[in-house]
Design a protein around this ligand. Structure first.
Ligand code: F6P
Length: 459
């Protein structure tokens, strides 16, 4: 019987080894929730890296057997591949280029070779379980070569590819020395999806200008196949966030947090540590806001949650130092005995604490320099059960295309960001309710389950 195989760099669980046992921590991410309706059914499968390097053959066997019961197949990566493929080409070459941070891009042949090797490993793992009548859905920038690798071995299999990060303009993409190989890799798919229309347009422009393959209305006519390209904006599990915001545990957390923070207004900001998220510019804008509008000192604080990420990549380590210094400088300059401008947490929180932050916040600041979609802004909106609150959102986030009821800003425009904070904190409640209600309607309808259905139906 035909089956569906999901492939992504990470599995929806992460292994932890303690003493001589393995523990499997499920991912809280939206993708894992959305795709659980697919991979957990019948013979369907999810193929991916379990997040650690495992050396011993007997341990690998054990993990394979454990994960098989959950419809997952692990791809084991050596320490060297993790370094050169995951930290290297994926996050030190593609990530910066695709987010327009060219100054950070490392164009090193050794890293590209590791990327090819890792994509081959994923291909072998897929071929071990796939047959021609299956449907394969490959995810994201770590696996751009995989569609073509699989296509070569299984010419008639259905392959979908979805990219979760931006696709840059042709002028930027063409700087990558291996640009044609990357495009050819992606074109192994039958359907290529992006979050936004702009990403899709950039991809089509690169295909026609670099690979010389024309397209019309999102259809690429390659030698003997038609490849469809379209935008599928990803949603969140709306119910999960709405229910969590109403849960007794979240409300207890809110009471606990409120008793420490008092009655002041709150701005929330939650991101992975990443230079694409615009953390320094957001901090500087908040500092300048407090200086230009001193009446807000002691009346508003920023709760800034930064989740550790990719800390073996040099730029991420440097960013951590920059953020630490900035927070220290701003708090040192403006704090009063009874008030701290920024409450900074460099760690992750359980869902109920995040929901409590969303509930308490008058404003969410989601101001990335560039972001494929950004789901935090959608989670904030879904958590606003009383419909009050204001979203300040970067126009560089894919989500801004759907959430035009937010206050949209350009993160490079510090004056605009300062004014947006002021506007958000002084917006009348009736106006907040109108905007939040409209955004909630959109997000309820275009949720993660809708996204999965749209892509799979099209594929
Ligand atoms: O946004 C792209 C993405 O790969 C997400 O899917 C993922 O949640 C995030 O980046 C972090 O990725 P990782 O921890 O695997 O580097």
């Amino acid at each position: 019987m035909s089956k569906t195989i999901i492939v992504s760099n990470r599995l929806p669980v992460r292994i932890i080894q303690e003493d001589n046992s393995f523990y499997y921590i499920p991912s809280e991410g939206g993708l894992a929730t959305g795709l659980s309706s697919i991979y957990k059914q019948g013979d369907n499968l999810w193929v991916g890296w379990p997040g650690e390097s495992v050396k011993k053959e007997e341990d690998k066997e054990q993990i394979r057997a454990d994960l098989r019961k959950e419809n997952m197949t692990p791809v084991f990566l050596s320490k060297k591949l993790i370094q050169n493929f995951y930290e290297g080409f994926s996050n030190d070459t593609i990530w910066p280029v695709f987010h327009y941070f060219l100054q950070f891009a490392n164009f090193d042949h050794k890293l590209f070779d590791a990327y090819v090797e890792a994509n081959k490993k994923f291909c072998d793992a897929v071929l071990d379980v796939a047959s021609e009548d299956d449907t394969i859905w490959i995810h994201d920038y770590q696996l751009l070569l995989l569609p073509q690798m699989v296509r070569k071995k299984l010419p008639h299999v259905g392959i979908g590819f979805f990219q979760h990060i931006p696709f840059p303009s042709y002028e930027v993409f063409r700087m990558i020395p291996w640009r044609k190989k990357i495009l050819r890799g992606m074109l192994g798919a039958d359907l290529v999806g992006f979050h936004t229309y702009d990403d899709m347009r950039h991809f089509l422009s690169s295909v026609s200008r670099l690979a010389g393959i024309p397209n019309s209305r999102g259809r690429i006519e390659a030698a003997n196949r038609i490849i469809e390209v379209d935008s599928f904006p990803m949603g969140i599990d709306y119910q999960k966030y709405a229910l969590s915001a109403a849960s007794p545990k979240t409300i207890d957390k809110e009471i606990q947090f409120r008793s420490s923070l008092g009655n002041q207004k709150l701005i929330v900001s939650i991101d992975r540590l990443d230079y694409s998220k615009g953390l320094p510019k957001r901090l500087e804008a908040f500092e300048q806001f407090l200086i230009q509008y001193p009446e807000f000192q002691e009346k508003v604080s920023l709760i800034m949650v930064v989740v550790p990420s990719r800390d073996n990549v040099p730029q991420y380590r440097e960013l951590k130092e920059t953020v630490d210094l900035l927070v220290g400088r701003i708090n040192g300059r403006l704090a009063k005995l009874n008030w701290m401008p920024i409450h900074y947490f460099y760690r992750s929180f359980e869902l109920e604490s995040i929901s409590a932050f969303y509930r308490m916040a008058h404003v969410a600041m989601v101001t990335p320099m560039r972001d494929g979609m950004n789901l935090v802004c959608k989670e904030f909106i879904a958590s606003k059960l009383d419909k009050t609150g204001v979203l300040v959102l970067s126009e560089m986030a894919g989500a801004s295309k759907e959430l035009s009821d937010a206050i949209l800003i350009n993160p490079n425009n510090s004056e605009q960001m300062i004014e947006a904070i002021h506007q958000a904190l002084t917006m009348p409640e009736e106006e907040q309710i109108v905007h939040i209600s409209l955004m909630q309607e959109t997000l309820k309808r275009y949720n993660i389950h809708h996204w999965v259905k749209m892509f799979m139906n099209r594929l």
